[in-house]
Structure formats: structure tokens, C-alpha cells
Design a protein around this ligand. Structure first.
Ligand code: ATP
Length: 268
């Protein structure tokens, strides 16, 4: 039996009296592009925060590569291969694009005692070289060579989102969590971003969990989709199954749920 890369088991998260997540469970396999959708306030970002370690669920368990990480700190989770981007940009706006990406890498290496030891016994140059090569690969991949020296805060919104993705990718995560990567983008920027996400998944082999409101993109590029509503999982399946699900259509698209409707004869 293959072990899922990520296994979320019946997690519940409360903020005082508010139930942000109620017994949500799902698994993501290596190589999947898995999307989470749902109306505003459904609990999508809270769920991502539980996976990255920012929030701690009161109940349930989260396993990564078969190990229980439910109580691990966010930095430890980043070091074992869970990367993320944020709904609102989280770049150092006064720093260059290159430095923003390097910061992520240094953070990763700082967590790695072995590379730390190498530094002291003279392997620093080789390490630094590999380090820079990786960053250059990421810069090439995301087509941001032309702005590598620019101050991040001066870039257009679409480009800043791309730099933020570059910083997360430079950490070489096994699993990357994308919180609304296309929010606020125009059509062209969205198309570009969708292509980068698909390439990351198909060519770089990264497993992706994405929250996104643009249904066209979600249904187009996801392997599987999960739907949250009021902190509960209401559906999970292939894009076409989700689109055809009457409960989803009602909760998410605001359409009437034929299963819940009264027969015409009775309501007349
Ligand atoms: N730190 C927090 N403290 C208190 N309540 C919170 C906190 N974070 C989230 N919530 C609440 O939890 C619920 C779920 O919020 P969450 O941001 O996870 O939803 P979402 O599905 O990501 O929404 P959106 O699509 O608007 O981003 C909301 O009612 C929200 O107000």
C-alpha cells in the first residue's frame, strides 16, 4: 500500500465559540495537484494554516510522509518539505527580487545541521555555488530574469506574486501550499500563473495544494478538488464530479439543490 504524502485526519479547529474546521479529513498523494474551494469564510486558509503549522487544530492529526507533524513548529515543517505562499503578499518590499529568493534558501540551510557543518570544514564555496545555481534555475523557470535586481516593492502585482512563488519554490519543497495564487490578477497574468503551476507539478514534480476562487482555472488544472462549506468537507472528487455535484452547486455557486427541493406537486 502506498502512503499518502499528506494525510489529514479529522481535524477540528475552533476560535473561541467559532468552529472554523469540523472533522476535516483528506489525503494528497505525491505528484497530485489538489485544489480546495469553498465560499468565503469556509475555512480554506485555516486548513492551510493547520498544514503549515501556523494554527494548531484542537482535534485530529496531520501526517506528512507517514509521520505525525500535528504539533511540529512551522519552521520544522518547512525544513521537512512543506512550503507555502500567502493570500496577501509576504515579500520584503525594500529588498531586491534576488535577495527575497535567497532569504528563503538561507533559512532552509540554517535549519540543516549537516550543511552548517560543511561550511565550517571548507565546503562553503561549493555549497554557495549550488545554492546560487538553484536560485538561478528558479528565476529562469518563472521568467523573472529581467527583474532580478529590481526592488520587490516596485514591481507590478502579478510579478510580485510570481516572485513570491519563486521564493517558495527555491526552498525545494515536496509539498507546496498556494493560497489564492491568482487573486487580483488580470486574465493574462492568470494564464501565466496557471502555466507555472502546471509546470511545477508536471516538470518539477512538486505536489501542490491550491486554494483558488477562479473556478475555470481550478477545474482546468486540478487532478482532484475538495469543497469546504462552513468548516466542513462537503465533497471531494475529480473536477467533473465536483461540477456535477448538486450540493456543491448550491453551497458554492448559489444554485438550488434539487435533492433538497420539494417536489413541485407538494409545494404547489
Ligand atoms: N486567527 C483567527 N482568529 C479568529 N477567527 C479566525 C481566525 N482565522 C480565521 N478565523 C475565522 O475562521 C473562519 C474561516 O476563515 P478562513 O479564513 O479559514 O476562511 P476562507 O475559506 O479561507 O475564506 P476566504 O475565501 O474569505 O479567504 C472565518 O469565520 C474566520 O473569521
Amino acid at each position: 500500500m502506498t502512503t499518502a504524502l499528506l494525510d489529514v485526519r479529522a481535524i477540528s479547529l475552533r476560535f473561541g465559540g467559532l468552529r472554523a474546521l469540523s472533522e476535516v479529513g483528506f489525503s494528497v498523494n505525491s505528484g497530485e495537484l489538489f485544489s480546495i474551494i469553498g465560499p468565503n469564510g469556509a475555512g480554506k486558509t485555516s486548513l492551510l494554516n493547520c498544514i503549515s503549522g501556523r494554527y494548531s487544530p484542537q482535534d485530529g492529526e496531520i501526517r506528512f510522509e507517514g509521520r505525525d507533524i500535528t504539533r511540529q513548529k512551522p519552521s520544522k515543517r518547512a525544513a521537512i518539505g512543506i512550503g507555502r505562499t500567502f493570500q496577501n503578499l509576504a515579500l520584503f518590499s525594500h529588498m531586491s527580487v534576488l535577495d527575497n529568493i535567497m532569504v528563503g534558501r538561507h533559512h532552509l540551510l540554517k535549519n540543516n545541521l549537516f550543511t552548517g557543518a560543511l561550511y565550517w570544514i571548507g565546503g562553503a564555496q561549493k555549497e554557495e555555488l549550488q545554492h546560487r545555481r538553484k536560485v538561478e534555475d528558479v528565476i529562469d523557470f518563472l521568467d523573472i530574469q529581467h527583474v532580478r535586481k529590481a526592488t520587490a516593492g516596485t514591481l507590478s502585482y502579478g510579478l510580485r506574486k510570481r516572485v513570491e512563488l519563486a521564493r517558495a519554490v527555491a526552498l525545494e519543497p515536496k509539498l507546496i501550499l498556494l493560497d489564492e495564487p491568482m487573486a487580483g490578477m488580470n486574465l493574462e497574468e492568470k494564464e501565466d500563473m496557471a502555466r507555472y503551476i502546471v509546470d511545477l507539478n508536471e516538470e518539477w514534480g512538486m505536489t501542490i495544494i491550491m486554494i483558488e476562487h477562479d473556478m475555470g482555472v481550478v477545474m482546468d488544472i486540478s487532478h482532484r478538488v475538495m469543497v469546504l462549506d462552513f468548516g466542513r468537507k462537503i465533497a471531494e472528487g475529480l473536477p467533473e464530479e465536483i461540477l456535477a455535484n448538486p450540493h456543491v452547486r448550491k453551497a458554492y455557486l448559489g444554485e438550488e439543490d434539487p435533492l433538497l427541493e420539494e417536489p413541485e406537486a407538494l409545494s404547489a
